[in-house]
Design a protein. Structure first.
Length: 201
């Protein structure tokens, strides 16, 4: 447990929010963006990455982003889902072990599980994908301060601390600010690449 490094009431607590943007029919790559944000909503870091749409490299991509960011003041990672980029499943226990930092994986809809979907869409390697998915554990529903329900997987903290952290970074709706801003950055970067305008800069 790494809960000793988490003090949700601390003004300067920092979260790294990670979100993605991709198009199945374009490029085969998903853009990942990471935004470092303090609980007082000051943004003081951004890191970019990518993984394969429909691949199995999301965990390694996030580890590379963490290494590139090279920050020792980030207290927690807020990950916008662990099944990203068309079933490129983040292996949460391995990520947690590699980066030695608490993780909250957030999702926003009810689900009866993905095993059958994975089996149908990925017949060649569905067993390995499903192993990773199952190893990530069950989600826990929480009701955030806006009155909405979200679903979390928390590593390195108890569920009470998880709730406190999510609420600390929440302004409206159900998306904590670091992942909301990261999603905007990822989408903008993907649009820039897909429109072929990168060479104009």
């Amino acid at each position: 447990m790494l809960q000793s490094r988490l003090r949700p009431g601390k003004k300067g607590i920092r979260a790294l929010g990670i979100a993605e943007s991709f198009r199945k029919d374009v490029g085969g790559r998903s853009i990942l963006a990471g935004v470092v944000q303090r609980a007082d909503l000051l943004i003081d870091g951004v890191v970019m990455g990518s993984c394969t749409v429909g691949g199995m490299d999301a965990t390694d991509a996030i580890i590379r982003m963490w290494t590139e960011l090279d920050r020792d003041d980030v207290n927690v990672i807020l990950l916008s889902g662990c099944v990203i980029s068309w079933f490129n499943i983040v292996e949460l226990p391995r990520l947690h072990q590699q980066i030695s930092t608490p993780i909250i994986s957030l999702t926003y809809e009810e689900s009866e599980g993905l095993t059958e979907v994975i089996k149908r869409r990925f017949p060649e390697d569905w067993m390995e994908r499903n192993r990773i998915y199952i190893a990530n554990g069950e989600r826990t529903p929480i009701t955030v301060k806006t009155g909405l329900r979200i679903y979390v997987r928390a590593l390195g903290m108890d569920i009470k601390t998880c709730e406190e952290i999510v609420n600390r970074f929440l302004i409206q709706g159900r998306y904590p600010e670091p992942v909301r801003v990261a999603k905007i950055v990822a989408r903008s970067a993907l649009n820039l690449l897909n429109d072929g305008r990168l060479g104009d800069f």
